[in-house]
Ligand binder design. Structure first.
Ligand code: GAL
Length: 364
């Protein structure tokens, strides 16, 4: 009895640890390896297509994929990863709900010899993250801020000073504080906006300008709607708000609802966004949301699948192009970064339709 309880876990661990790894100096490509993919939520269209694209890509390479969505619940995501490990996954791809909350399952993965790729969101506080695939997140923030300034008339599209000279009122929103990306987006945006706030060209009437006071837990649009309505009630009596820095389309829609509830529209303040989600692209075409940032998640999925393939074959992914910027608090995680594209009414057709991301029909 004692012996069998001891033997079984050791065998399981050995099998898991050997998996796709080199044996006797020879690298064995894994056939039909099980890859565990965990995504944060299905409430946002982007994560649904991210998950489906990764699954399709890996399956076309002959692997099996267990794709799970955590519905923004951390214990749920922990359980999903643990069961993928128990099921014999040879590699994990994780887009976290809370980037710092997975240290235990990541340790379990490491103990079983299972490599981990952080997908879009960095996994923090753990040595057990092998690679990271994402976009130039700081640049996303720069593009959001530049688009806000352009929409406000403070800057022309070519970067030259715009015609507006009088101060304009803006409010700032950041993403979820437990998502490492939020800091990058906000810092990127503030690298552009801070000089304008400092010299009074931009006025933040709420006074809320530091990261902690502007975050939006779980990127939730409803939370953003409530915060903006409170700000409008407290700081905008008899005053107009001209623009809102929004880090993500789901938040932008909440912001537009708050504005509508406060009598704005059909002309709206300048509201930015990110992800080029369908409802927001339609809103841009209708002249409501001003802009978004397009991140081709098809490319991210393909790149991640080929990184996964390399890792399963015990090779270093050849795509890596950033070995410095993504320190997760324990180590610098080697990363592959893709480029984002700023999108507004002037270029949505070229960027989103001509690239095949959306069809004209979808945008009607
Ligand atoms: C971030 C991601 C953004 C956006 C946001 C909310 O981590 O980089 O593109 O999707 O989450 O889902």
């Amino acid at each position: 009895m004692r012996a069998s309880r001891f033997v079984v876990p050791v065998v399981v661990l050995l099998v898991a640890a050997c998996g796709a790894r080199a044996t006797g100096g020879q690298v064995k490509p894994p056939d039909n390896a099980l890859v565990g993919v965990t995504m944060p939520t299905t409430t946002s269209p982007r994560w649904i297509s991210d998950g489906e694209n990764i699954k399709r890509d890996l399956e076309s390479r002959g692997h099996r994929v267990d794709l799970q969505y955590a519905q923004n619940d951390v214990p749920n995501q922990v359980k999903q990863i643990e069961s993928q490990i128990a099921a014999g996954a040879k590699l994990l791809i994780v887009a976290s709900v809370d980037g710092s909350a997975l240290t235990k399952p990541l340790q379990m993965a490491a103990d079983a010899g299972i490599p981990v790729i952080a997908y879009d969101r960095l996994l923090r506080g753990s040595p057990n993250v092998d690679y990271y695939a994402t976009f130039e997140n700081f640049r996303v923030g720069i593009y959001q801020a530049e688009s806000l300034l352009t929409g406000l008339g403070l800057r022309n599209a070519d970067g030259s000073p715009g015609s507006v000279k009088e101060p304009v009122n803006v409010e700032l929103f950041a993403g979820s504080s437990d998502d490492n990306n939020s800091v990058f987006f906000f810092n990127g945006a503030m690298s552009v906006l801070k000089p304008y706030i400092d010299d009074g060209r931009l006025v933040v009437r709420s006074g809320q300008v530091d990261f902690q006071s502007v975050t939006t837990q779980r990127w939730d649009g409803e939370t953003a709607r409530k915060r903006l309505e409170e700000i409008l009630a407290a700081s905008y009596r008899g005053k107009k708000i001209n623009g809102v820095l929004s880090p993500y389309d789901g938040i932008s829609l909440g912001i537009l609802t708050a504005l509508r509830n406060n009598g704005y529209g059909p002309a709206f303040p300048v509201v930015t966004g990110q992800d080029a989600e369908l409802p927001s692209v339609k809103s841009i075409i209708a002249g409501e949301q001003y802009s978004t940032i397009y991140k081709d998640t098809r490319e991210l999925a393909t790149a991640t699948a080929s990184m996964a393939e390399a890792v399963l074959k015990d090779r270093t992914p050849p795509q890596l192009n950033n070995l410095n910027d993504y320190n997760n608090g324990v180590k610098v995680v080697p990363a592959f970064l893709l480029n984002p594209v700023s999108v507004d009414k002037s270029n949505y057709h070229k960027v989103l339709v001509e690239s095949g991301y959306y069809t004209d029909d979808q945008l009607r």
